[in-house]
Write a protein of this length. Structure first.
Lengths: 112, 114
């Protein structure tokens, strides 16, 4: 069964400190992993995709298939990073198409 | 490009009533997925529509149904509303190959059942 686990509901760090938001997944095939972010009063938006190997707003995420993890990291947190972060997994289904499931989310609060 | 648009933004219904929510996908997107987000939780997958057919479905009862039109817009219908159906309903659009590109989300419809 597909499952995404974000163990921390709330993460509070000081500005300039490193931040790591944890994500573990369960999936029998080869999933596509994503991080989505929701800033205050804004809609949910895609932050980054593992397939792109990209760094967005200083954030990176490495897929560790052995540990089935996709943790989101940033070396120096900024106040504007305060938001709700969701890890998501997409997998193709036997009946065609794909399904994306989301974790429960982690609220990041960056203190001045 | 207006992105994904959803209507209405807010809705209050009485238990037992029926509701229809609407979604217009981002230009160039042909697949629409619907999610339910209860307070403090992540989005829960309801179903996905492509080529006017339901292609995938999550663990939601048959009271939840949908439709996709030839212009790719979509509706979510919920019958016999329960208090527990109160939530934010999100529409997400993607290209057919969206499995690698991810979703574009609308701002949601806040449904309150009283």
């Amino acid at each position: 069964a597909q499952r995404v686990t974000q163990p921390e509901k709330l993460l509070s760090v000081f500005k300039g400190a490193p931040v790591e938001l944890k994500c573990n997944y369960s999936y029998s095939g080869s999933p596509e992993l994503f991080w989505y972010v929701q800033y205050s009063r804004q809609r949910l938006q895609l932050l980054l995709r593992h397939i792109s190997r990209e760094s967005i707003k200083g954030f990176t995420a490495d897929l560790n298939k052995g540990e089935t993890s996709f943790h989101l990291k940033k070396p120096f947190a900024q106040e504007e990073d305060s938001a709700m972060y969701y890890c998501a997994l997409s997998g193709e289904a036997q009946t065609g198409g794909f399904k994306t499931i989301f974790g429960a989310g982690t609220r990041l609060f960056v203190k001045a | 490009d207006a992105g994904v648009t959803q209507s209405p933004t807010h809705l209050i219904k009485t238990r037992g009533q029926q509701v229809t929510l609407r979604c217009s996908p981002k230009s160039g997107h042909d697949t629409v997925s619907w999610y339910q987000q209860a307070l403090g939780q992540g989005p829960q997958f309801i179903f996905q529509y492509y080529e006017e057919e339901e292609r995938q479905r999550g663990n939601f009862p048959d009271r939840f149904s949908g439709h996709q039109f030839p212009n790719y817009s979509s509706e979510l219908n919920v019958n016999a509303l329960l208090l527990g159906d109160s939530a934010l309903y999100l529409c997400a659009s993607s290209q057919t190959t969206g499995v690698v590109y991810g979703y574009t989300f609308g701002s949601g419809t806040r449904l309150t059942v009283v």
